[in-house]
Design a binder for this molecule. Structure first.
Ligand code: RB5
Length: 145
C-alpha cells in the first residue's frame, strides 16, 4: 500500500520508527517531513498528507505531532479527509470500521513506539464495514459542502 506520513519537530524519531516499520511490511511510504528537530508548523505537514490522501496519490496517511491533535485538525480541513487521533488500537479499529478514516494520527508525547506500531497495524488491517455507516459518512462529506 502507498502510505503518506507526516510529522512536526515533536515526532521525528517516532516518524522514522513507524516509517521503517511500514517499509519492513512491504508498504511504500511517502515521507513529507519534517526530518529535523528544528521547530516547525504542524499545519503544513497535516495539509500535505491530507492532500495526498484526498487526491488518491496515497491510499492512507499517518500523522504524528506532540499530541496528534493539531496535525489531524489540519488534515481534516482538506475535503475528503477523515483523520482520527488515537491513543490505543480499539479507537483506531473502530475509526476504520465505522468512520472509514483515511488518516490515522497519534501523539509522540502520548504513545510509545510499540503502541504506535500497534495502532498503525490495527488500523491498516481493519476494513470499513460500509452498510449503515455509509449514510453517516455521507453526512460528514456533506458538511464539507
Ligand atoms: C509542538 O510543540 C506541539 O504543539 C505540536 O506538536 C502538537 O502537539 C500540536 O497539536
Amino acid at each position: 500500500m502507498k502510505i503518506a506520513i507526516g510529522n512536526d519537530h515533536a515526532a521525528v524519531e517516532l516518524k522514522n520508527i513507524i516509517k521503517e516499520h511500514l517499509e519492513a511490511k512491504g508498504h511504500e511510504v511517502i515521507n513529507v517531513g519534517t526530518d529535523t528537530n528544528d521547530s516547525c508548523d504542524y499545519p503544513a505537514y497535516g495539509e500535505k498528507v491530507g492532500r495526498l490522501v484526498a487526491s488518491g496519490e496515497a491510499e492512507a496517511g499517518v500523522l504524528i505531532c506532540g499530541t496528534g491533535v493539531g496535525i489531524s485538525i489540519a488534515a481534516n480541513k482538506v475535503k475528503g479527509v477523515r483523520a482520527c487521533v488515537c491513543s490505543e488500537p480499539y479507537t483506531a479499529k473502530l475509526s476504520k470500521m465505522h468512520n472509514n478514516s483515511n488518516i490515522i494520527a497519534f501523539g509522540a508525547r502520548v504513545v510509545g513506539s510499540e503502541m504506535a506500531k500497534m495502532i498503525t497495524d490495527t488500523w491498516l488491517e481493519t476494513e470499513y464495514e460500509g452498510g449503515r455507516h455509509q449514510r453517516r459518512v455521507d453526512m460528514l462529506d456533506a458538511i464539507e459542502g
